[in-house]
Every structure is written in C-alpha cells, then in structure tokens.
Design a protein around this ligand. Structure first.
Ligand code: FE
Ligand code: FE
Ligand code: ZN
Length: 277
C-alpha cells in the first residue's frame, strides 16, 4: 500500500482536510499549524477534531504531518527570535496532542553567520526546552537544500542536532526529495547510495516521512524551488524508484508541488499507478 497525500489548507479545520484528502485519493496529508509566515494560530475546535479522528480511523489514514511556520528560526542570532521559536514550538506541540501520535515537521533554521555548529547547538537547546516525556508527537527535522545559512543541508548536521537532544526518542527526520537533491545528494542516479548514507549517518529507523517534490534546479544548486512531479530535474523515473524503494515502504509520502487540488489529485493517481504492490 502506498501512503500518499499532499499539502492542504487548514483554514476550514481538520474534518474538511480529511474529506478533501479522500476526495483527492489521499490517505495522509500535511497542513500548516498556523499561518506559514505569521504567528497566529486558530483555536482548535474539539468537536471538529473528534469528528476528524473518527473519520480518519474509518478511512484508514496513516499519520498526517503538521508543518511548523517558515518564520520559525530556533538558531537565530537574536534572542527575541529564538524565544518566538521556542514559544511557537511549545504551543504547537501542545495543540498537536489533540491529534495524538502525529508527526510535527520543522525547518531546523538558519544560523545567519554564527556557523553551523552554533546553529546546531541552539536548535538542540530549543528542542530540549520544548520536548516533554509524555508527548505522543514525533518531531521531525526536515532535510534542507542548504540555501543561505540553512542548517540541515547534510545528514551529518541533522545527526549532530539529534545527538544533542535529550528526549531523542521523540525525534525523527522528514526527507524532502527536492531539498536533498538540491543539497547535492544524487537521488536520481544513486538512490540506493543516498539511502545507505542516510542509514549510516542518521539511521533509517529515524526516517518518518517523505516530502515528494521535483526540483526546478540542478543537483547541488542549493536553491529549493519545487516543481511538479516529472516536470523537473529529478524526473518521473526517479520518483517511481523512490516510492517503490524497500527502505521507504510504508512511510507517508506528501506532495508539496506547485499544484491546485486537481493537479494534486492527478499526481496522486500517477504515483499510485507507478506503485508496485
Ligand atoms: Fe518544509
Ligand atoms: Fe518539504
Ligand atoms: Zn522546499
């Protein structure tokens, strides 16, 4: 079974997202916990959540992915920005418990010239403040393309963050195909090698979700511009290998491609047709 979905708008609540996912042929999805560029979070409606949870169980959804806002930077040079990141993470993680056992993905951050090592230290420090032993959510570090001073451009940087987190059992990784490709990992010609490298450095047991995006730019470009599946520099053949790779079996695959809902439905159909049972 291929577990696949796409990014959805959360403006109409959880049940609406669940129904939209089913309409698009998905059995998982991703949503922003709040405005991706702002800080405001809508109040959670417990009745909407209860209806959604029943619906998701009935439909056989696999864990859905919540995505933190892009503005969050846990390794900023400014204490004010780091404090905002910690508050947002803590608040989001509290809200995540309304939908227990979920995945919460965030961009590790940008070290803004302080150096990757200091960035890694600050990110782990923030995580050590917000993770709690009783939470049921798994927090995912997203693999980044390495544009500007982004932390998380290599598996080693993600591993270094994980090494400094005390409640490591609460942590995982989300691999974004556009990002790792743009970071220089050759998933087009050497998917096996890249996944072996991931296993050696981080451990495949930490891999909890995949973002499926084609890329507008060549491998190693450090750009991060998503393209529709099969229309970019990664190409459809590579995606067929990715969704069928034994090491990735059973993981939720989430599309973040530039599409409207019809486009997403078509990509989900296309990828399902390429999946070998
Ligand atoms: Fe992301
Ligand atoms: Fe992504
Ligand atoms: Zn991206």
């Amino acid at each position: 079974m291929l577990h696949i979905g796409c990014h959805l708008s959360s403006s109409k609540g959880f049940l609406a997202m669940g129904k939209e996912a089913v309409r698009l042929g998905a059995d998982t999805f991703q949503y922003f916990t709040r405005n991706p560029r702002g800080s405001k979070a809508k109040a959670i409606d417990p009745q909407d959540v209860a209806r959604y949870l029943a619906f998701a169980q009935e439909q056989g959804f696999v864990p859905v992915v919540a995505h933190a806002p892009y503005t969050l930077n846990a390794c900023s040079a400014e204490e004010k920005t780091r404090e905002f990141a910690r508050q947002t993470l803590a608040d989001d993680l509290q809200r995540m418990e309304y939908t227990p056992g979920g995945l919460y993905n965030f961009h590790p951050g940008s070290h803004v010239g302080q150096g990757a090592e200091e960035g890694i230290r600050l990110i782990a420090q923030a995580l050590n403040e917000v993770l709690t032993p009783d939470m049921t959510t798994t927090v995912l570090l997203e693999t980044m393309a390495g544009k500007g001073t982004e932390v998380g451009r290599s598996f080693e940087e993600l591993r270094a963050i994980l090494d400094q987190v005390e409640l490591r059992e609460k942590m995982g990784v989300c691999l974004d195909t556009c990002h790792v490709h743009d970071a220089g990992y050759d998933i087009v010609h050497n998917l096996d090698g890249v996944l072996t490298e991931f296993d050696r450095v981080i451990g495949l047991e930490r891999l909890k979700a995949i973002h499926l995006n084609d890329s507008m730019n060549p491998a190693g470009s450090r750009k991060d511009r998503h393209q529709k599946i099969g229309e970019g520099t990664i190409g459809l053949d590579a995606f067929a290998e990715i969704i069928n790779h034994p090491a990735l079996r059973g993981l939720p695959f989430v599309l973040e491609t530039p599409n409207d809902s019809d486009g997403y439905a078509a990509e989900i159909r296309l990828l399902r047709s390429l999946f070998r049972e």
